[in-house]
Design a protein around this ligand. Structure first.
Ligand code: ATP
Ligand code: MG
Length: 285
């Protein structure tokens, strides 16, 4: 039995490096480096999160994790790919309404979403939330029957509530499962209030961040003092939202902090890097 590989043998098994679009500017923030005809290195945007990657999407409450996960689902389903959405927090009927609104905002025919998005509602089933085996079996069935290629779990944290010492084991199980089934995945993970809001840390410590292929951190800052008012050029009481790729094992990525907005229609609009935002807003004053 072969228990080791020569590197060359892995060639046929290695996944191709290309992007799975999220429908946001994140798609230009992952890249690969190629050598141009004149021998120079050039950065080429992947056009999405890396194919077959499992990304961790983390942030404080209300930072836009679900909004981003839903936009990814709508974009993929709109392109004709099957998405499995495991909803652990919000009941499935609420998800329906959120996706419907997003389809209008993003100009995606809703019938495509109805056809291409499959939902497992773990929010209403203690069995699915508390027993990973039961959920994995249900997911395997859906993936096989419906020819799923993308999986979203919102949130993975909800699968180890009250038992964070199990976080690593549970995240690892779901991670290996998605790898086995050749899925591109998003794990939404929630932060505890003691954790730095702009770090990759989430409930269960760094369990998710260490296991997955990469982390995207969303953050939300309330402008509540004079210093912030003059630094960001925003009125007191307003909200500044930021997004940052905190690491990716599979490819290069932009590592700056970017400013984004959640539009009235509930979509993510990534505007510009934070330092540019500060420069621009400072000039306006
Ligand atoms: N359809 C919408 N229209 C306008 N704003 C919206 C819409 N949907 C969400 N938002 C805004 O986006 C914010 C973030 O929502 P989201 O549910 O993505 O947070 P989250 O990070 O998933 O939070 P949690 O950890 O509590 O699940 C909401 O509080 C709301 O302000
Ligand atoms: Mg959420």
């Amino acid at each position: 039995m072969a228990e080791y590989f020569e590197l060359g043998e892995l060639k046929t098994k290695a996944p191709k490096l290309f992007g799975i679009p999220t429908g946001t500017k994140l798609d230009e923030m992952f890249y690969k480096v190629e050598v141009s005809e004149d021998g120079k290195f050039v950065k080429k945007p992947l056009g999405g999160i890396p194919y077959l990657s499992i990304m961790n999407l983390t942030g404080v409450p209300d930072s836009g994790k679900s909004v981003l996960a839903e936009q990814f689902a709508v974009t993929q389903a709109g392109n004709g790919y099957k998405v499995l959405f495991v909803t652990v927090e919000s009941p499935a009927n609420f998800l329906y309404t959120a996706l419907k609104q997003k389809s209008i905002a993003l100009g995606v025919d809703f019938s495509k979403l109805e056809e291409n998005i499959v939902v497992i509602d773990a929010s209403q089933s203690e069995e699915l939330r508390e027993n990973p085996r039961a959920l994995l079996d249900t997911m395997a069935y859906a993936i096989k029957e419906k020819k799923i290629t993308n999986v979203i779990i919102d949130s993975i944290t909800g699968l180890y509530e009250h038992r964070e010492m199990m976080a690593r084991q549970i995240v690892r199980q779901f991670f290996n499962f998605l790898k086995k089934w050749k899925q591109t995945g998003l794990f939404v993970s929630q932060k505890r209030s003691s954790q730095g809001s702009d770090t990759a840390e989430a409930a269960g410590g760094l369990a998710v961040a260490h296991i997955v292929d990469g982390t995207i951190v969303l953050d939300k800052k309330i402008i509540d003092n004079r210093w912030d008012v003059s630094l960001y050029g925003l009125p007191i009481g307003s909200v500044l939202r930021t997004i940052r790729i905190d690491g990716c094992r599979l490819c290069g990525h932009d590592s700056r902090t970017w400013v984004f907005e959640i539009t009235e229609m509930g979509t993510i609009d990534i505007i510009c890097p934070l330092h540019e935002f500060i420069k621009k807003m400072g000039k306006k004053e």
